[in-house]
Design a protein around this ligand. Structure first.
Ligand SMILES: Cc1ncc(COP(=O)(O)O)c(C=O)c1O
Length: 474
């Protein structure tokens, strides 16, 4: 049955949206809480939503079986082990990754996967940690491990207004070797970037993986904001490490992520400790321990063996819908949102929104970040926007979204200004860029982010555009 056209202009501009109509039925059937609470959910990058059938399947699985702790050979333990093995296989199949080449290390989230790489990567005085300004803090944090071992950390800027990297900067940095003694380390170091920015929605080229590897770099791809609405084909793209959180792809469960690592890259990592589950043998009097090979050596203690079957259920849910359908829906709605948002004008003709990121759907995902501006072109405080959105039962994000490099470039905050902030008394207790407002006069201290996903619909976007109109004339 063809759904009634909600907006002829939208239907004309985005005819392929029609092919994603099954998602409207799915939303009505499987995500009833959205309508029950009259909720306009525009924060898919922070967390995806879950379907009722995911919960039901998971709970009936737990109800109907006996799951033992997987660290032994009893029937209940073996049952859990078999279930975990199946989940690993399912994840590899989802990303088209060969089990011979790739390992799945379970973690609590993308951040823990990043920490595993950071604390174990063989950084040394000759090696480098290279990363884009545009990165989540959990990628930024690896610089502390790198520097503690004498490596240098170098940031590659992104450039306004689109917030993409100037490829000449990238090439220059990739070509710059470590400081000395190139024979001391196999690789110049580790290069980390997000497949999709959680700040601007920019999709940085996956071609960088091969370019960096051809110059000897190990590549860490943060896929957390990319995989919820884009197919990541690890048969085609082969970074050394990939991190993600599953709740961002299918909402439930929280608390499970993974490090997907090429086996030969995993073998380069050196863990700073050992734990239950990570060793083949450890002795107190013999003062020895031997790390287990492959993923086991990186999974500390008991895995969340009751939550893991829900990953298989979630991946099946996404496969049934089809990632291409999700991608197309998000693309169409993002295009409509951008067009309508950028068309809004203050009475004097100035644009209502200052966008940080690409103005079209070309090489970008469903994240739209901006500030509303008053008739004089000054940014309207994002906290006011957030408070009004809350009043309207709209869930969106404001601030810098744990991506300070993206925020600093978008908002035009300079190193000098930030250094002066960090010299203020008691700056340690001021945790956000918001609190720096007092010493960065006249500049916005945060942005507004709307992100679309799995069960977004046209009414969500139209409702947000109506909401935005209240800032005209303000
Ligand atoms: C691009 C990106 N990387 C990493 C993370 C960290 O994810 P988590 O908080 O699940 O560890 C996020 C979270 O929003 C993100 O958007």
């Amino acid at each position: 049955m063809k759904a009634a056209a909600a907006s002829p202009a939208f239907d004309r501009a985005y005819p392929s949206y029609e092919t994603t109509r099954a998602l409207d039925e799915l939303r009505a059937r499987e995500y009833p809480a959205l309508a029950a609470h009259g909720c306009t959910y525009l924060d898919y990058t922070a967390a995806n939503l879950y379907a009722t059938s995911q919960l039901e399947r998971h709970f009936s699985l737990l109800r109907d079986h006996v799951f033992g702790n997987p660290h032994s050979t009893s029937p209940t333990s073996s049952f859990s082990t078999a279930s975990i093995t199946r989940v690993r296989q399912r994840i590899l199949a989802f990303f088209n990754a060969s089990p011979d080449e790739w390992a799945v290390v379970f973690t609590t989230n993308a951040s823990q996967a990043l920490k595993l790489v950071g604390e174990s990567y063989p950084f040394g005085p000759q090696s480098r940690y290279l990363l884009t300004f545009d990165n989540h803090n959990s990628v930024n944090g690896i610089r502390e491990f790198a520097r503690a071992r004498g490596a240098t950390a170098t940031y590659i800027p992104v450039v306004l207004p689109d917030m993409r990297v100037d490829e000449r900067d990238l090439e220059r940095e990739l070509d710059r070797p470590g400081d000395s003694d190139p024979g001391a380390n196999d690789a110049p170091g580790l290069f980390a970037y997000p497949a999709q920015s959680n700040f601007s929605g920019v999709q940085h080229p996956l071609e960088w993986i091969e370019r960096a590897q051809a110059r000897g770099w190990d590549v860490l791809l943060d896929a957390a904001a990319f995989t919820p609405a884009n197919r990541l084909d690890l048969g085609r793209w082969a970074p050394d490490f990939v991190v993600q959180s599953f709740y961002k792809i299918f909402g439930y469960p929280t608390g499970v992520g993974c490090l997907l690592a090429r086996r030969r890259a995993l073998a380069k990592l050196r863990r700073p400790w050992f734990a239950g589950g990570t060793i083949t043998v450890a002795s107190v009097q013999g003062d020895k321990h031997y790390l287990a090979e492959g993923e086991s050596g990186f999974e500390d203690g008991t895995l969340d063996f009751l939550a893991l079957p829900a990953i298989e259920i979630g991946l099946e849910h996404i496969d049934r819908i089809g990632m291409d359908t999700i991608h197309e829906r998000v693309r169409c709605l993002t295009g409509w949102l951008l067009e309508n948002l950028l068309a809004l004008r203050q009475p004097g003709g100035q644009p209502l929104a200052r966008l940080y990121g690409p103005p079209t759907t070309d090489r970008r995902g469903g994240i739209v970040t901006f500030n509303f501006c008053d008739p004089a072109g000054r940014a309207i405080d994002h906290r006011i926007v957030e408070a009004r959105a809350t009043d309207a039962n709209i869930s969106l994000r404001t601030g810098c979204f744990c991506n300070p490099g993206g925020g600093e470039i978008a908002l035009g905050l300079t190193g000098t200004e930030l250094s002066s902030c960090f010299r203020q008394p008691e700056h340690e207790t001021h945790l956000t860029i918001d609190d720096f407002r007092m010493c960065i006069d006249g500049k916005s201290s945060g942005a507004v982010r709307v992100s679309l996903g799995l069960v977004s619909n046209l009414a969500d976007v139209d409702r947000f555009i109506d909401f935005a109109k209240q800032f005209i004339g303000k």
